[in-house]
Design a protein around this ligand. Structure first.
Ligand code: PEP
Ligand code: MN
Length: 336
């Protein structure tokens, strides 16, 4: 850590700072850079301290990453997450598809088979839905989970579904292959800790207005609990432009890859809220280095109980996957 002292700091202020570091096991050294006194020391002090709170301190520069477990400093190999025969990680591009919500057994199983036929590698679908309005369809809850379990049995595709609340985790855990933590819950710290205690992969969506830093720190909560299987998912952030539902921050993909060994997916459906943009931005996600996409599909979007406007038809999904395979072949990325 590098602490730059104010030009007008007093010698008492400096002594207080230096003694404070020593008392906590640090070995401070002092130097003058231009006209500033700088105190540097090893970062492994007892307890995290806010040096900006000290009188006489102008600037604090940390040389150690805040991302203790998600950064390349702790792991030099990219994380690979195995889910049955599937794998999410480097050199691969997975397509997760399904309707926004599980609406009924007939609806979900019908679409699940179509997703499989189109070439999807995972099934998605919410049983617990985080809806903006309390008057909108909230999901089937636990009976929705039973339908997901049946879809898994019939299609042999792994399931990704959301745990909306700490109290859902044990029920979601029983049926799902990957536990989703949604955008609105990215900073629900008790929920992050709860899924961090499980041994199932966690798909952590980026918060509606979260910085990349906050997103990675949220992942740290899960990793800290002992669960090393975290997949990040960029799903768009709030912006001023009303053309799309959110702003798809595709640059987040290579930025996160630069900072972290965790895999990153892109959800073009929630990011854009427009079915016409799903195909081009899915291909862009592959080009940007994402490890996969999560796409909402529906065969009768007019009747969908949520997000019908952004769902693509399973036939379109089939075309997209064909294009992804051709792109993958050219870029040496395996699209199963
Ligand atoms: C979802 O994937 O079902 C969902 C609600 O997405 P998000 O949390 O990104 O809004
Ligand atoms: Mn949705």
């Amino acid at each position: 850590m590098i602490i730059v002292l104010d030009k007008r700091h007093t010698s008492e202020q400096k002594t207080r700072l230096v003694n404070f570091i020593r008392e906590r096991g640090g070995k401070p050294s002092e130097m003058t850079l231009r006209d500033r006194l700088v105190v540097t020391f090893n970062e492994s002090l007892n307890g995290k301290l806010d040096f900006l709170a000290f009188a006489g301190v102008e600037q604090v520069v940390t040389t150690q990453t805040e991302f203790k477990k998600s950064s390349w400093e702790t792991q030099s190999e990219p994380t690979r997450i195995k889910v049955g025969n599937a794998e999410i990680g480097p050199g691969r591009f997975n397509v997760i598809a399904g309707p926004c919500a599980v609406e009924s057994a007939d609806q979900y199983l019908r679409i699940a088979h179509k997703a499989k036929k189109a070439g999807a590698h995972f099934l998605r679908g919410g049983a617990f839905k985080p809806r903006t309005s309390p008057f909108s369809f909230q999901g089937l809850g636990r009976s929705g989970l039973e339908i997901l379990a049946e879809a898994r049995k019939e299609t042999d595709l792994p399931i990704i579904t959301e745990a909306l609340d700490v109290r859902d985790v044990e029920f979601v855990y029983k049926v799902t292959d990957v536990i989703q933590v949604g955008s609105r819950n990215m900073q629900n710290f008790p929920l992050l800790r709860e899924v961090g205690k499980t041994d199932k992969p966690v798909l952590l969506k980026r918060g509606l207005a979260a910085t990349i830093q906050e997103w990675l720190l949220a992942a740290e909560y899960v990793l800290e609990g002992g669960n090393s299987q975290v997949v990040l998912c960029e799903r768009g952030i709030r912006s001023f432009d009303q053309e799309t539902r959110n702003f798809l921050d595709l640059a987040a993909v290579p930025i996160v890859h630069g900072k972290s060994h965790l895999p990153v997916l892109v959800d073009p459906s929630h990011a854009l809220g427009r079915r016409d943009l799903v195909a081009p931005m899915t291909k862009a996600a592959l080009a940007a280095g994402a490890n996969g996409v999560m796409i909402e599909i529906h065969d009768e979007p007019e009747t969908a109980l949520s997000d019908g406007f952004q769902a693509i038809h399973p036939d379109n999904l089939e075309d997209i996957i064909k294009d992804l395979k051709r792109m993958g072949a050219a870029l040496d990325i395996y699209v199963p």
